[in-house]
Design a protein around this ligand. Structure first.
Ligand code: ZN
Length: 650
């Protein structure tokens, strides 16, 4: 039985590299890479090349002017000798935000941001850069001035193409017309309704001579050159892969060649069936959030290896799923027999590209195809090194600001990474899969619970984790050390309570929480405050704190609420779900929010983070064979972005 990784404070490497407006830039580390066997390193190297080869596909999908805008910006900042300081500074700021967000749209708000200098200053900077040897993407016969005039609205006018994805454009306005992304051209929702797409996930839909045409993303189709390069790297990767992974890569290559849905399905099945390979990749048109219709896939790639020690812990948790089920604090009628924990891998990412970088998810569950999920299951990964980098780059002042005591802040610094990873794993592995629902719902509680379903289900999974977190079973499973257990529980309960306050910074307008995970966490904390003695509100120097008083009371309250939440799900009690969230989860006091926002702003806390990826370099012998792969950490966002674009450093 192995113990969890020891927590030490000796990691003095730089994590937070710089701040750009409300974004943070953080270095990602992949410490396990160097110890991997050469064949796995070589495999990862080829997959890494395949990942970076598709980066510009996502730029183009996100906005049709993205690549041209990026070329202009990169030419200016790499030929900056004659540019005045103030303008250069502003162009650098804007360019970094452009890279972090893959274009001029903010990740969180989907809204356009613009250059803050004058068009004349920008034109002077471009002219100086041209003098210094910059090569701009001018069209045939076009002068630099004409190019800049043509592009001026793109850089300077927030009203031109204002929103990348607009799911609520307002009465009488069209979803697709109101969204600036490049997944459609000159197409409306009404057009799409009568049109049967043969390539729903992997095509751009355009109007040509009055008819709708699908431009398929495949070899010989749209993005032909990029996809050919990706496929070339995938082909080189295959001989280093396990048989199951090789089968998945072969299926992926076939899909990139044909673009046919049947081949996409075959690939998804092959990918999900490869459950045990130590290295894995996601490479293709995957998530559909950028499409207001939720149909077209955004290109992304991730390459990662399994973190065996952490994954071992998750598997032990999954194997004990029935033990937890038998002890769920709800009506025995709702207990399930034969429950199997969801199998998940803890992974370390080596590189991310496209839709998953520089801003990255922390957990992924794929494939999205519901039929495949039901027949073959899914693969779930938690990005361990990303979580760690988030934690290490969080400032102590921030923890201090919302913690009631110095001890609470210290406890968070020491244990929050361990505690939140454990709670997240419990949420995923023994939370979502637990419990049974009554026959009359026919396996489909969503229909009864409607818009309340997601927040309720997230609450249920959170509460399972919170309820069992203090259980001695976790020590028996080797997930925590007995001596640290109580401190870890306290750190997690305190973080959970604090979060209900801190999360309000994200809702700067209105007095309602919309996002389901946020609703769930607000509901749980505020319900406990109203129905138990576990958490109390305290005030000091005009500041509000949510303070955990008693661990036993917290666990008891979590169990009591969990029993009710499970009943609501099992019976499909819509009225009770609605009342729960309307009372505790959705509405908040705007004065409290304003206080939190002011505190966060005084600390200059980032709202989101872009990551600098590790860099791989192949060491080759005289015959060109790879004899080693070295990993390094650039610690410089600008240098990495320019390198990805094939430009020299500045
Ligand atoms: Zn969940």
């Amino acid at each position: 039985m192995s113990a969890p990784a020891p927590v030490t404070n000796v990691d003095t490497r730089p994590y937070l590299l710089e701040r750009v407006d409300d974004a943070a830039i953080v270095q990602l580390y992949a410490d396990g890479f160097a110890a991997l066997p050469l064949d796995q390193k070589t495999l990862i190297y080829h997959l890494y090349e395949a990942a970076l080869a598709g980066r510009d596909i996502y730029y183009d999908q996100r906005y049709r002017h993205n690549l041209e805008m990026r070329a202009v910006l990169e030419q200016i900042i790499t030929h900056a000798g004659g540019i005045d300081d103030a303008t250069l500074h502003e162009v650098q700021r804007y360019t970094k935000l452009f890279w972090i967000n893959t274009g001029p749209y903010n990740n969180l708000t989907a809204r356009k941001f613009v250059l803050r200098c004058t068009p004349a200053a920008f034109a002077a900077a471009a002219a100086a850069a041209e003098q210094a040897g910059a090569r701009f993407p001018v069209r045939d016969g076009e002068s630099l001035e004409q190019m800049l005039a043509r592009m001026e609205p793109l850089f300077f006018d927030p009203a031109v193409d204002p929103i990348v994805t607009n799911k609520t454009p307002g009465e009488g306005r069209d979803l697709l017309q109101a969204s600036a992304n490049n997944l459609y051209e000159d197409v409306t929702m009404a057009d799409v309704e009568g049109f049967e797409e043969r390539y729903p996930l992997n095509s751009r839909l355009v109007r040509q001579h009055g008819a709708l045409v699908e431009e398929v993303y495949r070899i010989g189709g749209r993005y032909d050159a990029h996809i050919r390069t990706i496929v070339g790297h995938l082909e080189r990767a295959i001989r280093f892969a396990t048989p199951a992974m090789a089968a998945a890569l072969e299926a992926l290559i076939r899909f990139y060649r044909t673009g046919e849905t049947a081949d996409r399905v075959a690939y998804d099945v092959a990918w999900v069936q490869d459950k045990d390979s130590p290295v894995d990749t996601i490479n293709g048109f995957v998530e559909v959030y950028m499409d207001a219709r939720g149909t077209k896939g955004a290109w992304e790639a991730l390459v990662y290896y399994v973190n065996p020690q952490k994954t071992h812990g998750i598997r032990r948790l999954a194997a004990a799923a029935q033990w937890f089920e038998d002890r769920m604090p709800w009506d025995p009628r709702f207990r399930k027999q034969g429950v199997r924990g969801v199998s998940a891998n803890a992974i370390d990412v080596v590189v991310e590209s496209g839709d998953s970088a520089p801003v990255t998810p922390v957990g992924i569950n794929l494939p999205n195809d519901q039929n495949i999920r039901e027949q073959y299951g899914s693969k779930s990964v938690s990005l361990s090194n990303v979580n760690e980098a988030y934690d290490k780059s969080t400032s102590h002042e921030f923890r201090r600001e919302f913690a009631w005591s110095e001890e609470e802040a210290d406890r968070a610094a020491k244990w929050s990474a361990v505690a939140s990873e454990l709670t997240t794993n419990m949420h995923e592995v023994i939370g979502h899969g637990s419990g049974r629902i009554l026959e009359h719902l026919q396996g489909n509680p969503q229909t009864a619970l409607k818009e309340q379903y997601s927040a309720l289900e997230e609450s249920r999974a959170d509460l399972v984790a919170l309820y069992f977190l203090p259980d001695a079973k976790l020590v028996e499973l080797g997930l925590v050390e007995a001596a640290d257990h109580e401190e870890i529980v306290r750190a997690e309960y305190e973080a959970y309570a604090r979060n209900a306050l801190v999360q309000l910074r994200r809702v700067r307008e209105g007095t309602q929480i919309e996002e389901d995970h946020m609703r769930n966490r607000q509901m749980v904390v505020r319900w406990m405050m109203a129905n138990s003695t576990a958490i109390v509100e305290k005030r000091r120097d005009g500041k509000t704190y949510y303070v955990v008083t008693d661990l036993k009371a917290f666990q008891e309250a979590a169990g009591r609420l969990l029993a009710e939440v499970q009943r609501i799900k099992a019976e499909g009690d819509y009225a009770a779900a609605r009342a729960l969230f309307e009372t505790y989860g959705i509405h908040f006091d705007p004065q409290l929010r304003d206080e939190i926002v002011a505190r966060v702003e005084r600390l200059n806390m980032p709202s989101y983070t872009g990551f600098v990826q590790p860099k791989l370099t192949a060491v080759r012998d005289d015959h060109g064979n790879i004899v080693d792969v070295e990993i390094s950490y650039p610690l410089d966002f600008t240098r990495q972005m320019l390198e990805y674009a094939g430009l020299p450093s500045v």
